[in-house]
Structures are given as structure tokens and as C-alpha cells.
Unconditional design. Structure first.
Length: 592
């Protein structure tokens, strides 16, 4: 049984140091990642003191007022168990709470703290047992008390067949399997037929105590439980499939009205007790969220900063590429921006079933003009060239560049031609699939030109963005090369290297889209996952990632995604969250 292990330390003792942007800590002065050197950002598991509420006050924050929020995409899921996207995850920080959460300070330090729990968890039996104690004065929006039975129900309902979109880490750990479907057998159908997980797996000895029991050591549980997917759902009010449109809230805000595809109104949750919450504030009276507002439209409105635009922000929408340069050069607008790394790494996948010769793959990698993709995303504010597979927001990231792509940002055509000649390939047809969006279409033109100069016969296949990942996710897809991106579930390479490069995970929809299946790499993944010292593990993961890149090249790195986000002049407390990959909504307030 393989296990994700990044630390042997218990609560309060784990410290992961990763790199992030100077602006990633949320400095609300317009300083972005292109302006400042990367600085070390720490991630640690917090003790009881760190988990106490209320959250530290934001300097100068005022209570009251309405914040207008412009979003491109509506929310498909409100049931936390179905949430696994950044947009919905950002919203969940306002309306849902779980056993643990991330606490962010203005200096860029992130701590996993107890949210509903009194601390980030107490580990024993070498990581096989984790105990949590619930705080006092925890209530849902209807006034009902949050107890250990609600936590039990929250976990058990994750096994129900209708829960299909959210995370599955805790379920797999409890079932002691990494099989994509086997874990559901631990509690078939969930708790709705009266069945429950045995106390030997999940124990609730009293109203305030929750104990997880695992067959193998688990050191990442506080990280996993901080995911929005594990936020609490009341046992008495669970309406199963219908809960996805009308959840019972436990955060500082509740949903007053939701018109899918149009708007959402959040108002204060009067049952939320700030003394129990170490990470959230409740400054504005209301959030008025409007959907279907394009990046371009929201950017123009916030640049204008007139009327209600002064109290406008977007949780997730970034400055569109066409306005990026003007925003970053206009001092008056730039001071109303925050910026940071989004955590996503963009790569070009090679279909290893079709492109078996590594020299052909290396030729393609050398030919690709990474800088053209950076330009398509608006320049240094939207992206930077990636030298490897690991995001700067991940613990242990090193700025390696095995292929020398940063030295040749528009590609090395001479080297590419030589590699293709050495492969003995001539007039090789290459089916290139990509999303039919302005950015990827722009990059496809430049990439195709380079590839054809090298000697490839490129057949472009622009695909609908809505179904793109479904099509490239099929193991029998017909494409030779196709881009994608990946972001870690928490800031450890244990949530990057295994899902992307473990051949035992290959199936339709798997993130191992190149279908790398090398026994030595699989064995090495198992070895590194068993390392208990977090610093050593981070070094080993980084070395393994670069080895995969150098020796196997299933993908070539393209870009690290970044974002610049604007806000109106009357919005305060605007911080960029590396965890959310965008604005942190729980610190926002309206300036008087």
C-alpha cells in the first residue's frame, strides 16, 4: 500500500518551506511577482494557540457596506463534497467550515490551523491515529449545534455514489487503497441506509471528539481536511442531491439568493461566532456576485473605478491579456492590484503511445516557443517560463531548467533539427490538439511555425474548451501533443509527482495524460513516499521530477501561471492567496 507521507512530526511541529511571489503574501500595494524576488513562505501545522479565534483584525478595516463581485463563471456546486475547483473553493471560505483550514498572515506565512477543531489534529501511533476535539459555540446557520456526529456524517456521505466531483484522499486512506473505485466498498451507498463506518475506522466517542484510524501512517491529514470538499454537512439537513443547490452554511456568510448563471447574494450568518474562527472576518454586510462577466469586461470596469465599480472586486477573474501591459504601467491602476503565482504549471503532453522515440520528443520540446505563450497570457503578469514540473508555490521547489528553455525562450531550432535528424524521422506528422481560446490559439500559431521549420508536418486540432479535458483525458485519444495544467492539492510534491507520473494510475481521466508507466519510476515513487523527514522528501521529490523530465520526457514544461487582479478604490483588505490562487475573500472590507 503506497502512502503519501511528507512529515513524521505531529501538530505544531511540521514546517514546510516553499517559494512564492513577493506579492503572494497579499501585500495590497500592487507589488506583483514580476516586481519582487521570490521569498520563502512557510507552511506549518498549528497548535491550539494558533487555532484560537477571532482572526487578527485587518488594519483600518471598517464594518458594513456591500461588496460587488464580478465572476466569469457561475458555481456548478455548492455541496462541499462536490467542490474541487478554485472558483467554488474560494466561495467556500465564506460559507463553509471544516475541521482544519489555512490561516494566512500579511507576511506570506500559511498555517494549517484548527477551524472547527481546537487544533490541527493530534497524531499518535506513528500517524495511524488522528484525534480532533471540536470547539464550543459552533453552529450552522439555522442555529443547530455542530457536533461530532455531523463530522461523522460529513465523512460517510463522501462514500455515496452521487458524490462524484470532490476529493477522495481521506476515503482512500480510511479504506487503505489507492484504487480509483475500490474505496467506495468501505461504506456502499454512504450512511443513508443506516450503515456507518465502524469505530475501528472512524470513532466519535462523544459530541466533541472525532478519531480517525488508518491501517498505514498518514501525515498529510490536516492538509486534506483543509480542502473545501471536507467541510461540515449537517446530518439532519442533508438533502442528498438537492443539497448541492441549497447547502446549510457554517461560515461567516449564508446564501440569501442564488440564480445559477446570473447572480448570488451572500448575507451575514448571525449564527457564526467569530471567537471560534482563527482565519475569517465578517466585515461587509453583503456580497452581491454577478456571473458571466468576461475578464475583459471586469478589467475595464475596475480600471474605470466609477460608481459602484469603486466597491467592486473579483474573487477569481484576472486582468485580461489585452489590458495587462496598460494596467502594470498605469501607477494609479496598478496600486489597486494584487498579484501572485496561481500554482498551476502548464505543460505540453506527449502521447507516449504515439511518440515512442525520446529524441523526437526532445526535438519538439526544443522547438516550442515558451515565450510566445507567456506573451499570449499578457506577459510577465500572467505567466513566466517554467524550467521544470514543480510550481514555485510548492515546498522544496528549485529553479532548475534541465532542457535549457529559459536560455532559449523562443525555442532552439538548430538543436531541435539535429535531434530530429538523429531520430531518423522525416516529415513526421504531428497532431496538435489545444483549447480553442484566444491565448492557446495565439500560441498554436507560433508553435506550429517552429515545428514546421524543424521538419514536422503539423495537423492542428483546436478543441472546444468546455470538453477539452474530457477529450485529452481518454487513454485512446488520437493526439500526439496536447497542453494541460496541474495544481497541487496541498503544497507538497507528493500531490504532484505521483498523480502525474505513476503508471499504476493510468485510466480515462487520469492526470497521467502522457501515460508514462516505467517500473523504475513507479518504484522510486513508492520509495520517496515512505520518507518521513519532510525536508529530505522534498529534495527527493524534486530530484525525481527532474529525472523524469530528463530521462523520460513525458511532458515538456511551458509556463508557471500567474495572475494580476484588480479591485475598486473603496475595497480594502485585498490579499492574494497562494492556496486559493486568487483573492482571499475573508479579509475584504468596504472603506468608508
Amino acid at each position: 500500500m503506497r502512502r503519501t507521507v511528507v512529515a513524521a512530526a505531529g501538530a505544531g511541529a511540521m514546517l514546510l518551506s516553499g517559494c512564492s511571489a513577493g506579492g503572494g503574501g497579499g501585500n495590497p500595494d500592487g507589488v506583483g511577482p514580476e516586481d519582487a524576488e521570490r521569498q520563502q513562505v512557510s507552511y506549518e501545522f498549528g497548535d491550539a494557540k494558533a487555532s484560537e479565534g477571532p482572526a487578527p483584525a485587518i488594519d483600518g478595516a471598517d464594518e458594513g457596506g456591500v461588496i460587488n463581485v464580478l465572476q466569469r463563471d457561475s458555481y456548478s456546486h455548492l455541496d462541499p463534497a462536490q467542490i474541487y475547483t478554485s472558483d467554488e473553493g474560494t466561495l467556500s471560505t465564506l460559507i463553509h467550515r471544516g475541521l482544519t483550514t489555512y490561516k494566512q498572515d500579511a507576511d506570506g506565512k500559511y498555517t494549517v490551523v484548527g477551524d472547527l477543531a481546537t487544533d490541527s489534529g493530534r497524531m499518535s501511533d506513528d500517524g495511524r491515529t488522528w484525534e480532533f476535539t471540536l470547539k464550543d459555540d459552533l453552529r450552522f446557520e439555522d442555529g443547530s449545534e455542530i457536533t461530532s456526529e455531523d463530522i461523522r456524517h460529513t465523512v460517510e456521505r463522501m462514500f455515496a455514489p452521487y458524490i462524484s466531483e470532490g476529493p477522495y484522499f481521506v476515503q482512500q486512506w480510511l479504506a487503505d487503497t489507492t484504487d480509483a473505485t475500490e474505496w467506495r466498498k468501505l461504506l456502499k451507498g454512504g450512511p443513508y441506509g443506516g450503515d456507518h463506518l465502524p469505530d475501528s475506522v472512524l470513532e466519535t466517542p462523544d459530541d466533541d471528539t472525532v478519531v480517525f484510524h488508518f491501517d498505514e501512517p498518514v501525515s498529510d491529514l490536516p492538509y486534506a481536511l483543509a480542502m473545501p470538499g471536507y467541510s461540515v454537512v449537517p446530518a439532519e439537513e442533508d438533502s442528498k442531491e438537492r443539497y448541492d443547490k441549497s447547502p446549510v452554511c457554517s461560515g461567516p456568510y449564508r446564501i440569501e439568493e442564488f440564480k445559477p448563471g446570473k447572480s448570488m447574494t451572500l448575507v451575514r450568518n448571525e449564527e457564526w461566532e467569530p471567537s471560534t474562527d482563527p482565519a475569517r472576518h465578517q466585515y461587509p454586510d453583503r456580497f452581491e456576485i454577478r456571473f458571466n462577466v468576461s475578464f475583459k469586461d471586469s478589467t475595464q470596469r475596475m480600471i474605470a473605478d466609477t460608481g459602484e465599480n469603486k466597491t467592486t472586486v473579483s474573487f477569481n477573474s484576472q486582468v485580461d491579456a489585452s489590458h495587462m501591459q496598460s494596467v502594470r504601467t498605469d501607477k494609479g491602476v496598478d496600486k489597486r492590484s494584487v498579484a501572485g503565482y496561481q500554482g498551476y504549471v502548464g505543460v505540453m503532453n506527449f502521447n507516449l503511445n504515439n511518440l515512442k522515440d525520446i529524441k523526437v520528443r526532445r526535438a519538439i520540446a526544443q522547438a516550442l516557443p515558451n515565450q510566445s505563450l507567456v506573451t499570449a497570457f499578457g506577459g510577465s503578469g500572467g505567466a513566466e517560463i517554467a524550467g521544470n514540473y514543480i510550481s514555485p508555490t510548492i515546498a522544496g521547489h528549485e529553479d532548475s531548467d534541465p532542457l535549457g528553455k529559459k536560455k532559449n525562450p523562443q525555442g532552439d531550432l538548430d538543436k531541435a533539427k539535429k535531434l530530429l535528424e538523429e531520430s531518423g524521422t522525416k516529415d513526421r506528422k504531428l497532431t496538435f490538439a489545444y483549447q480553442n481560446t484566444p491565448e492557446w490559439s495565439e500560441f498554436a500559431v507560433a508553435a506550429t511555425q517552429n515545428l514546421e521549420k524543424v521538419g514536422f508536418d503539423v495537423q492542428n486540432k483546436p478543441l472546444n474548451a468546455d470538453t477539452y479535458y474530457d477529450q485529452i483525458g481518454k487513454t485512446d485519444n488520437p493526439f500526439d501533443i496536447f497542453p494541460s495544467s496541474w495544481v497541487a492539492d496541498w503544497p507538497s510534491m507528493s500531490t504532484v509527482v505521483p498523480p502525474l507520473y505513476d503508471g499504476r494510475q493510468i485510466q480515462d481521466g487520469s492526470p497521467n495524460r502522457s501515460q508514462l508507466n516505467d517500473p523504475e519510476i513507479n518504484k522510486e515513487i513508492d520509495r520517496v513516499e515512505a520518507i518521513e523527514d519532510q525536508d529530505q522528501a522534498a529534495e527527493e521529490w524534486m530530484a525525481l521530477a527532474d529525472r523524469i523530465l530528463t530521462e523520460h520526457l513525458p511532458q515538456t514544461p511551458l509556463i508557471h501561471y500567474k495572475a494580476v487582479q484588480l479591485h475598486g478604490s473603496k475595497i480594502g483588505g485585498v490579499y492574494f492567496s497562494d492556496v486559493l490562487h486568487g483573492v482571499l475573500p475573508t479579509s475584504l472590507y468596504v472603506k468608508k
